[in-house]
Design a protein around this ligand. Sequence first.
Ligand code: ATR
Length: 274
Amino acid sequence: MQIDGKTQLYGVVGNPVKHSLSPVFQNRTFESLGINAVYLPFELPIGNFEETFKGLLNIENFKGCNITVPFKERVLKFGEPSEEVIEIGSANTVKKSPKGAIFLYNTDWIGFLNHLKELTDPKGKKVLVLGAGGTAKAVVYALKRAKAEVYIWNRTLQKAVNLAKKFQVEVLSKIETLKGFDILVNTTSVGLKENDPYLFDYNLIEPSMVVYDVIYRETPLVRVAKQKGAIADNGLKMLLYQGVESFKIWTGKEPNVNELWKVLKEASEKSLKR
Ligand code: ATR
């Protein structure tokens, strides 16, 4: 890649962000499509996000970025939100127009839905979502849009009640059986560490279920689900698919998804070995 005076700047804004796998595949897309741009991680200070982000937006050749934890809500004051951003309440994609206007999008929901649809069609299915944080909002929005029947369980019940009210779905206060559920989605951070305690008794998973964990690696939940005969997968492809949607928003171009999947899988395996 030839960096010169006209190279455009993209990136992922978060804290921490050094572990992010997005630069690996976004840079490959720019290169493969011959676009003169780079994509970098930007670790912004949590206490001084607003001032720093404003400075980033003002850089002339800065054209857009992804936003990750913990800034997805704090970014909302910086631009015009899409309909989905308003509904979900958070943005993960920022685009600067040629005239300098800032537009905000959410591609997490579509990244999740595109991957889930490869495993099963959620339309009309009974789905249990674990968690009621930021990621759960995008997931519940996606499932509602796909016309699934959604139940939310969360450690802190009140948060599940609030989220269920917002999206007009149901609450499950205690997981005693999973009979009748077709799909289970984990949106909590439990499983990030191998020795995290189980969220519930994973032996309740039915072989007929599809189990989806938004965490990028094979978690104990995914592993047990597979052992029980269920279809199960982690969120690495959701990461790819949200990134692909962001890329399309920035450039209007269609990346080679198969090529990127190979690149991302390799990078993920390498980072797990470290
Ligand atoms: P994100 O943006 O990744 O969704 P978040 O908004 O901080 O992050 O939400 C984290 C989710 O993980 C919440 O649903 C949280 O449950 P609480 O609302 O009860 O805090 C859930 N979570 C985190 N640690 C957990 C644990 N040890 N057991 C159960 N749920 C946990």
